[in-house]
Design a protein around this ligand. Sequence first.
Ligand code: HEM
Length: 407
Amino acid sequence: MEARAAFEALATTEGRQNPYPHYEAIRAHGGLVPVKKGSLVAVGYRECARVLREPALQVQDGTAFDRVYPRWRAHSSVAAFTDSMLYSNPPKHTRHRAMVNADFTVQQVARMRPVVERMTTRLLDRVEKLGAGGAPVNLMDEFASRLPMAVVSEMLGFDTDRQVWFRDVASAIAVSTDGFADPAALAVADTAMDELAAHFGEVIARKRGCPAADLVTSLVRAHDADPGRLSRDELVGNMMLLLTAGFETTAFLLGHAVLLALREPRHADRLRTEEPFAAAYVEEVLRFEPPVHVTSRWAAADLTLFGREVPRGSRVIVILAAGNRDPRRYPRPNRFDPGRPAGQPLSFGGGIHFCLGAALARLEAQIALPMLVRRFPGLRLAGPATYRDRWVIRGLRTLPVALGPHL
Ligand code: HEM
């Protein structure tokens, strides 16, 4: 199959349901392949990793948006992201990232363990009630999508009673990451963003009046001390990013982690009994089913990469999920094998934009998963798991389970 046809198939519902054969079809043409005028796609592990670390390949900031979609400023959901570090290049990116890095180190995040355990217990109690008498429970709605929002809200210092609202608003906003293809979904995302920004305004005022030992308080302090370092729009953009970036992504990691354990009971048994197994298992889930399938970069200068010309202004689409299944990096890549040697999957990106919340997402999954399978040893699928019809951030919509006899 032509690389271009395989790439275009990714935009179809069938392609989104199972993109992996299409990634292979593109990779048959090389690790970095032109797919249309001005666009190349990276599908090899080495090529993806290199693109993410190349300084001349930058994230899509306001200037890049101007070229592809001049009306982006009219969409608050897109504009807010554009003010955040994820859509900023140095020196703005360096400035923003330096304000939050220290809160997300492995050591700092490890202090969240008791919080994650407490919240997991609370959610499992609820799941137990919902599933009493064999009633099926959609674990995506009742567990996987609730835990990340609860944890990040606590870390940021947001109201704990608003978590379900945050989750629903964040889901609506997340569609804007799939681009401008669906105007109706984008309108919903914009309304959700406006509501969230109004709420953030209240939170900012409250943190000023009553500062706390949380991340939002320190960002508000940084803004008040020097708005030139962090403007009001940048403050709101980064609050929005911090609240939303770890929510669907971690929910989808948890969903796949559970689904794969249900399909392979010996893995569920090991998660119950062998403490260190959880870390290796979660790494393989991240490689095999990464929540973020794709990101992209724009060439700020002419360059040549792996023998391909990348002219200034062209776009390089980085398919992280394809790099994670590159057989040159991972032998038998389509086999889920938590015993394979650690191979640094691309799931959290690479280079200066490497995921800020990687340690937090890993911690949540490594704690929640063993707790879930220990609490419900009879856990089983109660119907087909279904996927969302989305590509960029890809994961399950439903994961119906029956709890079975429990401890
Ligand atoms: C960036 C994935 C959880 C906050 C990224 C990127 C990826 C990613 C691939 C880089 C995107 C790019 O280079 O274009 C994931 C996955 C997660 C997860 C798979 C869960 C399994 C989290 C959590 C948080 C978070 C829990 C925070 C609470 C961020 C932020 C950035 C980011 C702030 C932007 C970093 C920068 O631009 O310097 N994430 N993420 N993520 N992530 Fe995550």
